[in-house]
Design a protein around this ligand. Structure first.
Ligand SMILES: [Zn+2]
Ligand SMILES: [Zn+2]
Length: 437
């Protein structure tokens, strides 16, 4: 291989791991690399990260004690400084997180039938650029919660300078779209776990902005919360409910964004509008495919391929409150079921699998398979028909105390609203006598 060809090959490598291995293949390749190490590393970084490399690099270079964006290297200049080995590791690790978030964004807003990203290059560029910018915002302005003494810097000035570096209206809306997407992801976790992240409504300042606290964790923590179906990764930063470290007037990003919108005379985004749905995407999911069971269009559809995402959409609370007959009156069973479903280890995929393994083989579900796309309403009706049996089976499998004697009226019993009766007889069964008193 001549040197020019070796140089081209090095520049075309997709990531730093390949670069590290290839330069050790021969002395000649090693020498070729050492003639232009800076530009070869930059080319490989570009291959790995794409056009959002300046934003990715700026994030990787940010130091926690540099509060004021005025002192950060501008995006347009950040590429002029060679990329260090340590920065290579950071940008590779961050890119992995951003690409998983892109998969989730693509599934939830672009194409509900694919759980890996189908964003175009242009859409992906906007997504990454804005995600790295928000990540930098979170890293730079996340308060030192545990040292909060009520007087701690709220970074109003630096936050303002941050947005001044985003003069373009379109790119500002892209940034806000990312904040919105991460907010949705935190809400998903909240629904799946039964934890609440209070959000500031309007200008209400009477309660701490818990959603702001969650957002301050940044993309890495929010993705981890989603993957773990748990608030634990966030509480690793601090537990504001234990330490009182979140003052009532705390707001992380919402107030700063309102100020920017006001200062620039821009309207607040309506995320349901066509215009705002197209902030990052050129084409977004329109939900035109009909439900396999009821033929309705306009809703997100579910099949085995996206059951792992179901938990935040059809939360444990909803299932627990829709068990068959009068079981909804039975607090012992509904609370128990809700808490059981909220366990982070409880994956809806296995829960749904059981529903299909145990479905009625006659009637409307006879031909329904795991791969058929059904709307949430139909899915809930399907699950509710067997949910009490699944719950009884799970309690037995987990060694929880179950009542051995069935109530005659089964799930239709009205007396099960009383604790003593609910604790005495099993109601997770069909009635053997009609009309309960
Ligand atoms: Zn349906
Ligand atoms: Zn009863």
């Amino acid at each position: 291989m001549n040197d020019d060809l070796a140089d081209c090959v090095l520049r075309a490598l997709p990531d730093f791991d390949s670069l590290s291995s290839v330069i050790l293949v021969s002395r000649q390749i090693y020498d070729v690399f050492n003639r232009h190490p800076v530009s070869i590393v930059r080319s490989v970084a570009y291959n790995k990260i794409g056009p959002s490399l300046p934003q990715a690099l700026r994030l990787a270079r940010h130091k926690k004690d540099q509060y004021d964006p005025v002192n950060w290297p501008p995006e347009a200049e950040v590429m002029n400084v060679p990329i260090t080995v340590q920065e290579r590791h950071i940008i590779a690790r961050n890119a992995h997180i951003v690409s998983q978030l892109e998969d989730l964004f693509s599934w939830s807003h672009k194409n509900q039938f694919s759980t890996t990203s189908v964003l175009s290059n242009e859409e992906s560029k906007r997504f990454h650029r804005a995600m790295y910018r928000f990540w930098l915002f979170a890293d730079a302005f996340r308060p030192e919660y545990d040292d909060w003494d009520g007087e701690t810097e709220t970074f109003d000035g630096p936050k303002n300078s941050f947005f001044q570096q985003l003069p373009d209206k379109t790119e500002l809306y892209e940034f806000v779209r990312i904040v919105q997407f991460l907010t949705e992801t935190v809400r998903w976790v909240g629904a799946a776990t039964g934890e609440v992240f209070n959000e500031l409504a309007g200008n209400a300042m009477h309660m701490a902005d818990e959603m702001g606290f969650a957002l301050s964790g940044g993309p890495r923590v929010i993705l981890q919360m989603f993957k773990d179906k748990s608030g634990a990764p966030l509480l690793a930063i601090t537990d504001p409910w234990e330490t009182d470290s979140l003052p009532a007037d705390f707001t992380f990003i919402k107030t700063s964004l309102s100020d920017v919108f006001q200062a620039r005379n821009l309207k607040r985004p309506d995320w349901n509008s066509h215009e705002m749905k197209k902030t990052i995407l050129d084409e977004y999911e329109q939900y035109t495919r009909p439900c396999h069971l009821c033929a309705k269009t306009g809703d997100r559809l579910w099949s085995a391929s996206n059951w792992p995402f179901l938990k935040g959409y059809a939360p444990p609370l909803t299932f627990a409150r829709s068990m068959k007959g009068n079981l909804t009156l039975n607090r012992h069973e509904t609370n128990g079921l809700q808490q059981y479903l909220q366990r982070p280890t409880l994956c809806y995929a296995s829960f749904m699998d059981w529903m299909f393994d145990n479905k009625d083989t006659s009637g409307q579900y006879r031909d329904l398979t795991r791969d058929d796309w059904i709307c949430q309403e139909c899915l809930q009706t399907f699950v509710n028909s067997k949910l009490h049996l699944w719950w009884l089976e799970r309690q037995r499998a987990e060694g929880m105390p179950v009542r051995t004697e069935d109530c005659w009226y089964g799930y239709n019993c009205r007396t099960q609203r009383y604790y003593t009766h609910a604790m005495k007889l099993n109601h997770l069964c069909a009635p053997t006598r009609g009309d309960p008193a």
